[in-house]
Design a protein around this ligand. Structure first.
Ligand SMILES: Nc1nc2c(c(=O)[nH]1)N[C@H]1C(S)=C(S)[C@@H](COP(=O)(O)O)O[C@H]1N2
Ligand SMILES: [Mo]
Length: 257
């Protein structure tokens, strides 16, 4: 399942390269072949670098670098009645739904989310609009949540459905914020569902009660106000089919930093 997939991804660069080289070993003495081999080697090294770089950690900072005024962007306070009702009772009735292509669909209270294995990290948030802020985040590891639900082998993406309608004028029902990531980012150690920011409860403007941190990508991938997490095989039938509110409006789906 997901673990196999991750193992495969890690092994892929080295494994494919090794197989290729072993199979071609006898040919290396034929003079005309070494050039071809060198090209192949460069290609597999390139592929290896691409794959392993996806697993590398984003830079982390010391506490002295935390921004005194972390900017907020996009929705700052959802006006959706369902969200306002949850907020009014301090999210006592909030349940994080995990469904789609999973063995065990979940509906977890915030206390249950906080009880999952967690991670704290000080990272820089880069918005596509040209500003950056450094903040300290604590949250549940998405990998732990997904392992609890049991991601089915046919799942390829994890979708985050948010509470806020960012475009109330969308007539096709695609005005709600959502985002999606692949399983490499979903299982990345710094990918967390944050419930604390700078050692305090996550404020509403930054996505209370839960917001995604996916540190290898730009700000718009970091879904705030996460209500539901869905494992899917294809993004085609979600929103307008491009994998996110902003990707549906022309932004890149993969926004590496
Ligand atoms: N639900 C939701 N998530 C969102 C947005 C939004 O409008 N709604 N804006 C995105 C953008 S463009 C950025 S830069 C970050 C901003 O996070 P911040 O408000 O904590 O700085 O949230 C992202 N996630
Ligand atoms: Mo952004």
């Amino acid at each position: 399942m997901s673990l196999h997939r991750r193992g495969w991804l890690k092994a892929a660069g080295a494994g494919l390269g090794a197989l290729w080289l072993a199979g071609c070993d006898r040919l290396t003495r034929s003079p005309g072949f070494t050039g071809v081999l060198r090209v192949a080697e460069q290609w597999t090294q390139g592929a290896h670098r691409l794959i392993t770089d996806r697993n590398a950690l984003a830079k982390e900072f010391g506490p002295e670098h935390i921004s005194t005024d972390f900017r907020a962007n996009g929705t700052l306070r959802p006006q959706d009645p369902g969200y306002l009702a949850l907020l009014a009772e301090n999210f006592a009735g909030y349940r994080l739904v995990v469904d789609g292509l999973v063995e065990r669909p979940l509906a977890l209270s915030l206390a249950e989310v906080r009880a999952l294995p967690s991670r704290t990290q000080i990272t820089r948030h880069d918005c596509v609009e040209g500003w950056s802020s450094i903040g300290k985040w604590t949250g549940a590891r998405l990998s732990a949540l997904l392992d609890r639900a049991g991601v089915k082998p046919e799942a390829r993406y994890i979708v985050f459905h948010c509470a806020d309608t960012l475009d109330p004028f969308a007539t096709d029902g695609a005005g709600g914020y959502y985002e999606s990531i692949d399983l490499v980012d979903a299982y990345h150690p710094q990918t967390i569902l944050a419930y604390r920011m700078n050692d305090a409860t996550l404020p509403v403007r930054h996505g209370a009660p839960l917001r995604l941190r996916v540190e290898r990508q730009l700000g718009y991938k970091h879904a705030k106000y996460v209500m539901r997490i869905e494992a899917v095989a294809s993004l085609d039938r979600i929103g307008r089919g491009q994998g996110g509110f902003w990707p549906d409006r022309g932004y890149e789906w993969y926004a590496g930093v």
